[in-house]
Ligand binder design. Structure first.
Ligand code: FAD
Length: 405
C-alpha cells in the first residue's frame, strides 16, 4: 500500500502541470497516466499549435518552467480578427495591453515534453505509466485507489484524488457528476503551413461561413493552422492532395500572407463542449478538460486549465501548511468557489462565439460586422475582452503572478 497526499489521474498538460505545481511543497504525489510518455512526445502524436495567454506564461514562470519552454514559444504581437465577406475587424495589440506579447504559440508536444521531463526529475512525484485506475473507494477520511500497471495492481491512499483525465473523464462519471455535452458537428483540421510573406508575429482569426479559421505564428516562419469544417466534410478535407488542400485554405483565408506554400501533416479533432455541473465531489477535485472541454475558437481550453492548476495547488498547499485536511469538503469548496466564475465566463464566451459565427440567421453577418467595428474603436471594451481571456477578471493565484507557492 502506497500513501500519498494527492493522487492525480491523467498526465496530460493539466495533470502533469498540477504535479509540477505541487512538487517541492512537502506534498507526496502520485501521477497515473494511461499512455506512455514516449508515445505522447513522439513527432506527429500531438502537433497542435497551442496559443498560451500571457497569464499562462506567468504560471509557467511560477512553476520555474518558462525557461525550458520559451525556446519553443513564438510571441504573438497582434491578434487580427475578421469575418469573411464583411468589413468588420478587430485588432488587439501588445502595446495597447502594455505587455511584451499578448500571448505565445507553442506546439502541444513541446509543452508535454517539458512537463513530463520535469515530472520525471522530481523525487516527490511517483509516476505510474502506462497505468489506469481499476477502482476508487472511500475509507476513514481518505480515498483508496487501485491502479493497474502492466500485469500487477498497486493500491494507494491519499487525502485527495484529482481527476485530470480529460473530456471523457471516467472519474467524473464514477463520482456521479453530470455534464452538459454539445456536439458542435464541427471538426478542427490541424496542420501547419509556410506562407510566402513573414507572419510578423500576428495571429489571424478569420470567421468564414463554413467555420472559423486560425493561422498562428510559429517558428521558422511557419503558421499553425486550425481550420474548422463541418464534420460531414472532414474526411474529404483530410483526403485532399496537399496542393488542393492549400488552394482551398487560401480561398478561405485570402492573400494577407501571400501564397500559402508548404503544408505539414494533418490531424482531425472532432469538437464538442463538455461542461461539468460540479468541479468537486467528496475527496475529489476536477481540473482541465475533465471540467470544461471547449471549442478551440478562442484558444481558451488549456489557458483555463492552467488557471485551475494554479488555484488548486494554492488551495491544497495552503491547507496542508495550516494543518487542515486538504481533502475536506471545506477546503475543496474553496477551490470550486474560486474557479466558478472563470469557468462560467469563459465557457459562455467561447460557446457564444461559436453560435454567433455559425448560426444561419439572415442579416446576422452585418450585425456582427457592426459589432466588430464598434469593438475595434472602443479600447476599454477590448481591454475587458483581453482581461476575460487572460483570466485577469478573477482573483489571481500566486503562481499566475509568477510567484512561488
Ligand atoms: C484543435 C484544438 C486546438 C486547441 N488550441 C488551444 C489553444 O490554442 N489554446 C488553449 O489554451 N487550448 C487549446 N486547446 C485545448 C487544449 O488542448 C486542452 O484544453 C488541453 O489539452 C486539456 O488538457 P487536459 O490535460 O485537461 O486533458 P487531456 O489532454 O485530454 O489529457 C487527459 C489525460 O488523461 C489520460 N487519461 C484519461 N483517462 C485515464 C485513466 N482512466 N487513467 C489514466 N489516465 C487517463 C489521457 O491519456 C490524457 O493524457 C485546443 C484543443 C483542440 C482540440
Amino acid at each position: 500500500m502506497q500513501h500519498y497526499d494527492v493522487i492525480i489521474v491523467g498526465g496530460g498538460m493539466v495533470g502533469a502541470g498540477l504535479a509540477c505545481a505541487l512538487s517541492g511543497q512537502g506534498v507526496r504525489i502520485a501521477l497515473v497516466e494511461s499512455v506512455r510518455a514516449a508515445v505522447r512526445t513522439e513527432p506527429g502524436y500531438d502537433d497542435r499549435a497551442i496559443a498560451l495567454a500571457y497569464g499562462t506564461r506567468r504560471i509557467f514562470e511560477g512553476l520555474k518552467l518558462w525557461d525550458a519552454l520559451s525556446g519553443s514559444a513564438t510571441p504573438i504581437h497582434r491578434i487580427h480578427v475578421s469575418d469573411r465577406g464583411y468589413p468588420g475587424k478587430v485588432n488587439m495589440d501588445r502595446e495597447a495591453e502594455g505587455l511584451p506579447a499578448i500571448g505565445y504559440v507553442v506546439p502541444a508536444r513541446d509543452i508535454g515534453r517539458v512537463l513530463t521531463d520535469a515530472v520525471n526529475q522530481r523525487d516527490d512525484v511517483d509516476m505510474y505509466c502506462p497505468a489506469s485506475v481499476a477502482a476508487v473507494s472511500h475509507e476513514a477520511g481518505q480515498v483508496l485507489v487501485r491502479v493497474t500497471q502492466a500485469d500487477s495492481e498497486v493500491s494507494m491512499t491519499a487525502a485527495v484524488l484529482v481527476a485530470a483525465d480529460g473530456a471523457d473523464s471516467a472519474l467524473r462519471e464514477q463520482a456521479g457528476i453530470g455534464c452538459r455535452r454539445i456536439d458542435y458537428g464541427q471538426t478542427a483540421i490541424v496542420t501547419n503551413v509556410t506562407p510566402q510573406l513573414p507572419h510578423d508575429n500576428v495571429a489571424w482569426e478569420r470567421f468564414t461561413d463554413t467555420g472559423p479559421l486560425a493561422l498562428l505564428p510559429m517558428s521558422e516562419q511557419r503558421c499553425g493552422v486550425v481550420w474548422t469544417v463541418g464534420s460531414d466534410q472532414a474526411d474529404a478535407v483530410m483526403a485532399l492532395e496537399d496542393a488542393e488542400f492549400l488552394a482551398r485554405l487560401q480561398e478561405r483565408f485570402g492573400n494577407r500572407l501571400g501564397r500559402l506554400q508548404r503544408v505539414g501533416k494533418r490531424q482531425a479533432w472532432p469538437l464538442q463542449l463538455v461542461s461539468a455541473t460540479q468541479s468537486v465531489a467528496p475527496r475529489m477535485a476536477l481540473v482541465g478538460n475533465a471540467i470544461h472541454t471547449l471549442h478551440p475558437i478562442a484558444g481558451q481550453g488549456f489557458n483555463l486549465g492552467a488557471r485551475d492548476i494554479a488555484a488548486l495547488a494554492e488551495v491544497l498547499v495552503d491547507a496542508i501548511r495550516a494543518g487542515e485536511d486538504p481533502g475536506s469538503a471545506q477546503v475543496l469548496e474553496r477551490y470550486a468557489e474560486w474557479r466558478r466564475r472563470d469557468h462560467k465566463n469563459v465557457t459562455l464566451f467561447t460557446d457564444g462565439l461559436v453560435r454567433l459565427f455559425t448560426l444561419p440567421v439572415p442579416g446576422l453577418g452585418m450585425v456582427r460586422s457592426a459589432g466588430m467595428l464598434a469593438l475595434d474603436l472602443l479600447p476599454p471594451a477590448k481591454r475587458l475582452l483581453t482581461r476575460l481571456t487572460m483570466g485577469r477578471s478573477v482573483q489571481t493565484p500566486r503562481l499566475a503572478r509568477g510567484l512561488p507557492l
